[in-house]
Write a protein that binds this ligand. Structure first.
Ligand SMILES: *Cc1c(COP(=O)(O)O)cnc(C)c1O
Length: 382
């Protein structure tokens, strides 16, 4: 461990070899960030809801067109806080086609995930499958707007009303996504966002809970601060889930560029869509006219008559320096800690089919035209 090579890596991190990643964080000009840091140094206010934190909450409420934003340390904590605030326990119906954090949050509050099948096209929860899985122990539904595609919120919410269930949306992929004239983040009882470095809008690590009324926001705000209200009064024991001032300042700066970053993503997505139209068996996920997307991902289904299977294409792209990703494979219901649940033994045919055929192509503002053409060339010449 004390070899010179090891020391060199630690003390002077090298530029990473040039490969094309599925995503890469957007970074504003460093010079733009320095005035924010100077202010933080002057104020000596580093965390506990300082001025940048307050400003970012207000600006995100305006940008996202939602009533209340509570900034938190990351998206997983946001899920945990929202589940606690909504007092969710027992069985919660959710999707196996997601990132593990969705199910982890349920485990962390002592709820039991009940995985049900998804729509074969979008990979979002299938309302009919939700309804079929409801038992006397079901308290809530935790859908994910997978790849930023809005769930069938009308159907989900009518099921929830009939069966008196809570709906919490994992909107980690859905920053700024709109359904018709409305933010998708206004659906259900609450939604959560992730501001992780790999997401469309990032604060390095970070996240938010979207609440629809002030009381709910204040509850979340207490829960993210050990359960305190006031200086010494404790409502109930809770976690430290706060976002700090440096990250909030970083978020304010990112927000200046986010429309530009999404426009760059949209242009790359449009080029993929046009070029892949001519490749039989490579099918980009369709986008409905009523959806305003954020282009966080570019998922395609790799099926016959494409000459090779998804994993072979994935490896060929990798050999060409293109690091496409198999989101979300394997299904969460096939992972340790989940695969022994009764619902994990259900057939889940659509979820299994999508997980076996989906591939997310590189999509971020830093993808060059050359990298994109190389990606398309490899896909076109298998
Ligand atoms: C990224 C992500 C999360 C977790 O967010 P973190 O900020 O990384 O904790 C949760 N759910 C989904 C669907 C995600 O993609």
């Amino acid at each position: 461990m004390n070899s010179p090579a090891h020391t060199a890596i630690v003390e002077s991190p090298r530029t990473i070899a040039k490969v094309t990643h599925v995503t890469q964080p957007f970074l504003p000009p460093l010079a733009d960030f320095l005035p924010f840091l100077e202010t933080i140094w002057e104020n000596r206010w580093l965390t506990n809801c300082g001025p940048f934190h307050e400003e970012l909450e207000a600006r995100l409420e305006a940008y996202l067109d939602v009533p209340h934003v509570s900034l938190v340390a990351n998206g997983t904590i946001a899920l945990w806080l929202a589940l606690q605030a909504l007092r969710v326990g027992g069985e919660v119906i959710t999707t196996p086609f997601t990132f593990v954090a969705t199910a982890h949050a349920l485990r962390l509050v002592g709820a039991t995930p009940v995985f049900v099948d998804v729509d074969p096209v979008t990979g979002n929860l299938d309302p009919a499958a939700i309804e079929a899985a409801i038992t006397a122990r079901t308290t809530a539904i935790l859908p994910v707007h997978c790849f930023g595609q809005p769930c069938d919120t009308a159907a989900i919410e009518s099921i929830a009303t009939v069966h008196n269930l809570t709906v919490l949306y994992d909107a980690a992929h859905a920053f700024g996504v709109r359904l018709g004239n409305e933010s998708v983040l206004r659906r259900g009882d609450m939604s959560v966002l992730s501001f992780h470095a790999t997401k469309v809008f990032n604060t390095i690590e970070g996240g938010a809970v979207i609440s629809l009324d002030r009381k709910a926001k204040e509850h979340v705000d207490r829960l993210r601060n050990f359960g305190f209200y006031g200086d010494t009064t404790l409502a109930s024991p809770s976690i430290n889930g706060k976002m700090n001032e440096v990250q909030a300042a970083f978020g304010l700066l990112q927000l200046r560029y986010v429309d530009q970053a999404i426009a760059m993503r949209a242009a790359i997505a449009a080029r993929y869509r046009a070029a892949l139209d001519h490749v039989p068996g490579i099918s980009p996920f369709p986008v409905e006219p009523s959806w305003t997307m954020n282009h966080s991902y570019f998922p395609v289904a790799v099926t016959r008559p494409y000459p090779v299977d998804r994993d072979t294409l994935w490896r060929r792209l990798q050999s060409g320096g293109i690091l496409a990703r198999r989101y979300f494979h394997p299904l969460v219901s096939d992972m340790p800690g989940y695969r022994d649940l009764p619902s994990a033994h259900e057939p889940l045919p659509n979820a299994r089919h999508i997980a076996r055929h989906v591939l997310c192509l590189p999509l971020h503002p830093g993808v060059t035209a050359e990298e994109q053409e190389r990606t398309l060339e490899i896909i076109g010449h298998v």
